[in-house]
Design a protein around this ligand. Structure first.
Ligand SMILES: NC(=O)c1ccc[n+]([C@@H]2O[C@H](COP(=O)([O-])OP(=O)(O)OC[C@H]3O[C@@H](n4cnc5c(N)ncnc54)[C@H](OP(=O)(O)O)[C@@H]3O)[C@@H](O)[C@H]2O)c1
Length: 255
């Protein structure tokens, strides 16, 4: 779809850096109007200066219901509609289960799961009223196959996948739908803390661009590219590969 003709509006959380920022720039280049919601807005603000008609920064912590309500209202005031929501904001705190506090577990759920749910709660009535909308919830391979040291993070991604599949069923007679988006492993600030070899990490701008290219897709699961799709399929079919590739996390603990 040519977004410049239709003036489609995308709300994108966690848009200030990483894969979200890559999506933001690619969407703007394709003519979308993008509302970037984040706790920091320096990068979105710079892009807004050069693209005042198509980029807006909204200061929003997705764990604060009032922030979410205010940001969604402001987007509707500014642009009258929300065609697509991308729940991309997330936090990742590496740590073994017995070393993490319940507050740390609560925090990762507050951002990665309940933040997304709250955005959907606020945006859905607008999508229904305008008779259309797509909601993309960004997941992770960890949510599919698990990862030592990421019990909380992986659980939030497993939860958002099940939530999305169930909500998708609930919406199946409506003009609004929701999907699960799978990025490829990328060298972002949070992923870099996991110590993957550089050769396994993609450029976040490139991953964001690939996902932006699929922004109008309504498939149940959207993969950034075929490598991500095949990689996740193989990891599910051959669990020993996941055991082997994550062994280094346990070795580092025993040292
Ligand atoms: N990178 C990967 O390899 C990879 C792989 C699979 C899936 N994913 C998923 O892809 C998405 C993007 O990941 P990424 O690696 O690009 O992440 P990132 O670089 O860590 O960026 C996440 C963004 O979300 C923002 N954010 C954090 N807490 C927030 C909150 N409470 N409210 C609003 N914004 C908040 C962050 O702001 P601050 O940093 O200022 O807090 C940051 O701008 C995530 O859903 C992640 O789970 C990533």
């Amino acid at each position: 779809m040519d977004s410049s003709e239709t003036g489609r509006v995308v709300v994108l959380t966690g848009a200030n850096e990483g894969i979200g920022y890559g999506m933001l720039t690619a969407l703007v280049e394709s003519g979308y109007r993008v509302a970037g919601l984040d706790v920091r807005g320096d990068a979105i603000g710079s892009l807004q200066e050069s693209n005042p008609e198509t980029v807006r920064y909204y200061d929003c912590d997705v764990t604060v219901d009032d922030d979410v309500e205010r940001a969604v209202e402001a987007v509707i005031d500014d642009w009258d509609r929300i065609d697509i929501l991308v729940n991309n904001a997330a936090v990742l705190n590496f740590g073994f289960f017995d070393e993490q506090t319940s507050e740390e577990m609560d925090r990762v759920f507050a951002v990665n799961f309940f933040g997304a749910v709250q955005l959907i709660r606020e945006v859905l009535p607008h999508m229904r009223a305008q008779n259309g909308g797509i909601i993309h919830n960004v997941s992770s391979g960890a949510g599919r196959v698990g990862n030592p040291g990421l019990t909380g993070y992986a659980a939030t991604k497993g939860a958002i996948e099940s939530f999305t599949r169930s909500l998708r069923h609930e919406l199946r007679h409506e003009p609004v739908t929701c999907t699960i988006m799978h990025p490829r492993l990328a060298a972002t600030r949070s992923a870099n803390t996991l110590g993957y070899p550089a050769s396994q990490l993609s450029d976040p701008d490139d991953v964001g661009r690939k996902l932006a290219g699929k922004i109008e897709s309504t498939r149940t699961v959207i993969y950034a590219d075929w490598v991500t799709r095949i990689g996740l399929f193989v990891a599910r079919q051959v669990p020993s590969l996941v055991t082997r590739s994550t062994e280094r996390f346990l070795t580092s603990r025993e040292r």
